[in-house]
Design a protein around this ligand. Structure first.
Ligand SMILES: Cc1cc2nc3c(=O)[nH]c(=O)nc-3n(C[C@H](O)[C@H](O)[C@H](O)COP(=O)(O)OP(=O)(O)OC[C@H]3O[C@@H](n4cnc5c(N)ncnc54)[C@H](O)[C@@H]3O)c2cc1C
Length: 447
């Protein structure tokens, strides 16, 4: 019987395994070094914040794997011999495969900072990072101050986690405004304010120079590169982005760039070897998407897609319009389509912010054709199905505004604000867009 081996028990690897099982009787083994069972990485923060126990982050009961004949092997893959189709484990054993799926995810970036491997210095990615955080930052007696280095989505989550235990936090952000490589300046400014209003010591335009140790090899302070300022701390969180966790593959003949290079079918340059999830790098651009996308749902989609190919229904990966969501302390964020940090030449923008300063929408559209290109929502939830459809059908910005009631997830909010939004747009653009009544059901049932 054909043996499918998957390295990595994250969302990508586990989704591939589940779908291969649905489609076939093949022998399946998942090898992973981190934990015995799959857990939801995106929920790690809630464990530290006391909203759930670690066991609750495991979507499947422990019996699920045996029942579905998915073998789990806890081991670290040291290297892959593609000629003999064999994995070599750090622990000394070997495992043969007929087809191999690499789904090894990401690892936190470390840029060679002096002191980056001291006790009390950690990323925020793996279960072990959570255990370390619990050890070095259980409360504000043990951890008098933490420094978080790197202002992205994981950085701000770590800030929120520490803040939830009343641990004072200094947040070093290299950019001159939070995440402004991704967010337009208005949204970025809103999040700066949100961070500061939670009494976080936000340092914009600040880089880490080095981390200093005490006499026991534990972190005692950091130095800021620009000013030379020394900040005493007990924990340093390194959250300056992630990169594909593929060092162990670099000596094999599997082609890598930043990630494992794949074609649209998620196939590598070596026959019967595939890569999916955070560690995969698309050779050919898909739409305007980045070649590596370290997000949950794309890992899941790639897992579903590769399962089809492995089960003799060769299928290209087609993720559809881009979307993403996150939370910046108390402000929820959703994005559908493209709203770049900097407006492109063919684009026009419309920005509306609620007077409370915690809610906004930012629309992006083509100024010549009026095609709707994307939206950022802060503090407001809108329907994914609506925007997926609108983007696929290349509807106009006027259509989106007319149908705000259909996009809206929270009727109460829109009762209050949709008129204000459309009026502002009409005033700024000399248009006469009229709000239509909610027709969500009709729209989605008839087409
Ligand atoms: C704190 C945090 C919050 C996040 N929040 C969001 C969010 O809100 N929304 C979102 O879309 N995304 C979020 N992400 C990103 C998302 O979690 C990842 O995109 C996703 O988990 C990647 O899944 P994966 O299956 O590709 O890899 P992973 O989940 O990284 O799984 C790979 C597994 O392979 C194992 N492995 C690696 N190398 C080897 C080896 N040589 N031998 C054996 N095992 C190996 C790893 O230890 C790991 O267990 C978040 C990530 C973090 C860290």
């Amino acid at each position: 019987m054909e043996h499918i081996v998957i390295i990595g028990n994250g969302i990508s690897g586990v989704t591939a395994a589940r779908h291969i099982r649905k489609l076939s009787d093949k022998k399946i083994t998942i090898v992973s070094a981190e934990t015995d069972y799959f857990f939801s990485r995106t929920a790690l923060m809630y464990v530290y914040m006391g909203h759930m126990k670690f066991e609750h982050t495991q979507p499947y009961e422990n019996w699920f794997w045996k029942k579905n004949r998915i073998d789990l092997k806890k081991a670290y893959v040291r290297d892959i011999d593609v000629a003999s189709k064999t994995l070599h484990f750090e622990e000394g054993e070997n495992l043969r495969y007929d087809k191999l799926i690499i789904a090894t995810g990401s690892k936190p970036n470390k840029f060679g900072w002096p002191g980056q491997d001291l006790d009390g210095v950690m990323g925020m990615y793996h279960k072990q990072d959570l255990d370390n955080l619990e050890k070095y930052a259980p409360n504000n007696n043990v951890c008098k101050r933490a420094v978080v280095v790197g202002g992205g989505l994981i950085g701000i989550e770590l800030v929120e986690m520490l803040h939830s235990r009343h641990i004072p936090v200094t947040f070093l952000v290299r950019e001159d405004s939070f995440w402004n490589g991704i967010l337009p300046k208005e949204e970025s400014a809103m999040i700066n304010k949100e961070i500061l209003s939670n009494n976080i010591d936000l340092r914009l335009g600040a880089n880490l120079k080095e981390i200093k140790a005490d006499e026991n090899g534990k972190v005692k302070s950091i130095i800021i590169a620009e000013t030379g300022e020394e900040i005493s701390c007990d924990v340093v969180g390194l959250t300056a982005g992630v990169s594909p966790n593929i060092d162990f593959i670099k000596n094999s003949s599997i082609e890598t760039g930043r990630g494992v290079k794949v074609n649209p079918f998620l196939e590598t340059n070596i026959k019967d070897v595939y890569a999916i999830g955070d560690c995969a790098e698309q050779r050919e651009g898909i739409d305007q998407r980045r070649p590596i996308e370290a997000v949950w749902y794309t890992g899941r989609m790639m897992g579903e897609t590769v399962a089809q190919t492995i089960c003799d229904n060769r299928k290209a990966y087609q993720p559809g319009p881009w979307f993403n969501s996150a939370k910046f302390i108390d402000i929820e964020y959703q994005t559908y389509g493209w709203v770049w940090a900097q407006k492109k030449d063919n684009e026009a923008r419309f920005y509306w912010e609620h007077e409370g300063g915690k809610k906004c929408i930012h629309l992006n559209y083509d100024k010549n054709t009026r095609e709707f290109l994307g939206i950022n929502n802060f503090g407001i939830r809108m329907r994914h199905e609506f925007f997926d459809k609108v983007l696929n059908l290349k509807q106009s910005v006027d259509y989106v505004l007319e149908h705000l009631a259909d996009a809206n997830f929270d009727p109460e909010f829109y009762k209050l604000h949709e008129k204000e939004i459309v009026t502002k747009f009409n005033q700024e653009n000399n248009t006469n867009i009229q709000l239509k009544k909610k027709s969500w059901k009709r729209i989605f049932q008839t087409s």
